[in-house]
Design a protein around this ligand. Sequence first.
Ligand SMILES: Cc1cc2nc3c(=O)[nH]c(=O)nc-3n(C[C@H](O)[C@H](O)[C@H](O)COP(=O)(O)O)c2cc1C
Ligand SMILES: O=C(O)C(=O)c1ccccc1
Length: 385
Amino acid sequence: MTSATGREPLTPDDFAEHARRELPADVWDFIAGGAGRERTLAANEAVFETVRLRPRALTGIEEPDTSVEVFGARWAAPLGIAPVAYHSLAHPDGETGTAAAAGRLGLPLVVSTFAGRTLEEVAGAADAPLWLQLYCFRDAGTTFGLARRARDSGYQALVLTVDTPFTGRRLRDLRNGFTLPAHVTPANLTGPAAAGSATPGAHSRLAFDRSLDWSVVARLRDLSGLPVLAKGVLTARDAGAAVAAGVAGIIVSNHGGRQLDGVQASLEALPEVVSAVRGRCPVFLDGGIRSGADVLVALALGARAVFVGRPALYALAAGGSEGVHRMLTLLIAELADTMVLTGHASPGTIDADTVILPGHSRPHTGNTAPHAVPHPMPCTDRSPG
Ligand SMILES: Cc1cc2nc3c(=O)[nH]c(=O)nc-3n(C[C@H](O)[C@H](O)[C@H](O)COP(=O)(O)O)c2cc1C
Ligand SMILES: O=C(O)C(=O)c1ccccc1
């Protein structure tokens, strides 16, 4: 695996360059693209450029411990792989390759409802912590059947995606007339839920249950006995509703800019959600994480851990399971270096004082507790710092 310049990948972004050359143009567009004018897609990454880090000198930290505990499981770093449909688009190994890479490193994988491998195959490929992402189908038996299979094969949580009554208007896919290659199918779906799935946009409008309300959280939890997280929360209002519905965690996400174009970047929405949750459940983030420093910034603003979506698929396309392993290894190494240089021996101490937000020359004072209410991004609070 060498880059266009003939060199080994040194950053997660280097894998994207390789994937772009490997993949058919319409597959690249399906993965890389977002909804509408792709404003939110661009904002997810761009917002990290506006945050400044604050170094600490002579802290005596030799080797930071990057590990965190989540729902009683130890993760090697506050980092996992977000649910992304059809890893088999990127590489024949599909989700089993990704799971093996995550498992070797002690990092979790969230398996998509639209995985190209069965839940049981993925569970057999690694002892990584596995969560199952759920879309709810009009055929409720399909949804509940997936939840039961997840419980029976050792998955540790369900991730209910709440931002997708149907997939967003992905203009690249519409222009390309994108359909999945014949060998790429939803391995966990049968019957009416799978019919027409080669065209994801049209399929989602036919198959997804749009009549749902928050009561589905308790039904999924009671039926599976698993903790249920809500993925796709961006506002205090939805965070409050999610907590009231009994979620075990919230993933702040705009679906990688693929749903409602024009919404806030995930990082911009994080402080509002963390404030609203008031410590009642852990808050996670996905969207735009491309470096170890990005991981640290999200933790400084209150995330317990973060997930990467596209970087995992790009690394899989570039080098199969080995590529994913190398990409994740780079992210952990970057995080560890950034922790030493900002004076953190473990993720639990990464607080708001570790960063400066745009429009501020110094961090807010008085908030040194980890994961306490962080200072808001300027978009949510324009009061002077
Ligand atoms: C190709 C692709 C497929 C995706 N499929 C799903 C999915 O099946 N379920 C889901 O909840 N989110 C899905 N997502 C969204 C990701 O879980 C995640 O929110 C997003 O990719 C994070 O942003 P990032 O790609 O900038 O890391 C998908 C994203 C991409 C790029
Ligand atoms: O593309 C997506 O973002 C997504 O969530 C999805 C949903 C259904 C099928 C394929 C992908």
